[in-house]
Design a protein around this ligand. Structure first.
Ligand code: NAP
Length: 415
């Protein structure tokens, strides 16, 4: 067993492994957990209680998660004087499936995003964010139940790659001079510069995962969302490479939207997944006005970041928005939202987003029955109008509970 400085490996747990390209999950899997900064402390406590209760009730003691605390962010800095210790990433690599709370990222300076670093170090190239509606939750739109999408956001490239230089720096002058002289551009010398790499490799593996998901779950369409009319060789290429993957690897299961119109009068043949594309700005209005025309969405990093929060807003907000960062096997499951510092340690925030991320984790482990129990219990608790402040302010005649109180109600409501 690996020796760690601060991580304590649970004695009675076993590591998840990969056998014949599939996860092999023991009855007491060791799951690394990063508690996270800010509200992470409250939501992770509540989530662990709820997951343990659902696993216990579903499997009657035959299965149990052996949680293993690993550190990043403020807690890591206290312990190691480092924000992202190497043993944390090593542990996640070894134990394959992990749960994560939000981590603080300074704006406009300071250290690099730990979230972005984790995704890059662990090669978690797909950020997967399902957005669907729980009945009874208040919403700013008229028919929130029409929203049922799963966003596959590329997680390692685009302007998020962290290749940028500050205005006035030695580096930025070098880059601007080179561009202006060699490439005949006219960039102002008082500019900051960021680079937007989008590769065929990064795009194809993301779109492949999105199409595989659509096939596995019998979903009707995969939409490539891009801004390729303006950024032709990055976002436009994303669209072209996406269609190429569909045509070269999934020709039996997919059909393009153009072919649906030119060959089938606009009605897709049964059992075919329609591959379509939308320009990002148009997609933002369509997802508001016609959300039911979209199912799986595959998109570059920045579009995906904006789009997933916008979709979440339609179904009750960030408190209801789960997510996962996926590589070929490693899965790091985390909510869409951040550390919401003004609510830290106040026991008020909605833990559903991390609980639903934990459900995605349980599904991935093949423990879907426990995940379903948690989802049913969230619905039941909302049906009884016992909700945290964020849902309370959008609902009539509801009772407001705190983070821990919501978890307690959920455990009572588990069937
Ligand atoms: P945020 O933490 O996501 O919070 C923004 C607002 O969203 C909150 O003020 C709250 O709205 C609502 N919200 C978020 N989580 C909620 C929950 N569980 N339940 C109910 N409402 C929730 O965004 P931010 O304030 O812009 O970012 C704070 C820090 O988090 C930054 O350092 C940022 O970089 C970081 N961040 C980390 C991650 C990550 O770890 N993956 C992701 C995003 C941001 P109301 O005020 O309206 O109640």
């Amino acid at each position: 067993m690996a020796k760690y400085k601060h991580i304590v490996v649970p004695k009675d747990g076993k590591a998840i492994t990969v056998k014949a390209k599939k996860l092999s999950v023991p009855n007491k899997p060791i799951i690394p957990v990063i508690e996270g900064d800010g509200i992470g402390r409250d939501i992770m406590k509540a989530t662990r209680r709820v997951v343990d209760a659902a696993v216990e009730k579903t499997y009657k003691g035959r299965k149990r998660i052996a949680w293993m605390d690993v550190y990043a962010g403020e807690k890591a800095f206290e312990l190691y004087k480092e924000w992202l210790p190497e043993e944390t990433t090593q542990a996640i690599k070894k134990y394959i499936v992990a749960l994560k709370g939000p981590l603080t990222t300074p704006v406009g300076g300071g250290f690099r995003s730990l979230n972005v670093s984790l995704r890059q170090i662990l090669n978690l190239y797909a950020c997967v964010r399902p957005v669907s509606y729980f009945k009874g939750v208040g919403s700013p739109v008229l028919a929130p139940q029409k929203m049922n999408v799963i966003i596959f956001r590329e997680n390692t490239e685009d302007v998020y790659a962290g290749i940028e230089w500050k205005k006035g720096s030695k580096e930025v002058k070098k880059v601007i001079n080179w561009l202006n002289k060699q490439m005949k551009t006219e960039i102002r010398m008082d500019s900051g510069i960021g680079i937007k790499p989008i590769s065929a490799t990064g795009t194809k593996r993301l779109v492949r995962k999105a199409i595989q998901h659509a096939i596995a779950h019998k979903l009707p369409s995969v939409t490539l969302v891009h801004k390729g009319n303006i950024m032709k060789y990055t976002e436009g290429a994303f669209r072209d490479w996406g269609y190429q993957v569909a045509a070269s690897e999934f020709s039996r299961q997919t059909i393009t939207e153009d072919d649906v119109w030119s060959k089938y009068k606009g009605k897709a043949p049964k059992n075919k997944i329609v591959i379509k594309d939308r320009i990002a700005d148009s997609m933002f209005q369509q997802i508001l006005t016609r959300p039911d025309e979209y199912s799986v969405v595959a998109t570059p990093n920045l579009n995906g970041d904006y789009l997933s929060d916008a979709c979440a807003a339609q179904v009750g907000g960030l408190g209801m928005a789960p997510g996962a960062n996926m590589g070929d096997y490693i899965g790091l499951f985390e909510a869409t939202h951040g550390t919401a510092p003004k609510y830290a340690d106040k026991d008020v925030i909605n833990p559903s987003s991390v609980m639903l991320s934990a459900c995605m984790m349980l599904d991935y482990m093949g423990w879907g029955k426990a995940a379903d129990m948690i989802r049913r219990s969230i619905q039941k608790t909302i049906d009884k109008k016992t909700v945290t402040y964020d849902l309370h302010r959008q609902m009539k005649k509801a009772k407001k509970v705190g983070t821990s109180g919501f978890a307690t109600e959920m455990i009572k409501n588990m069937r």
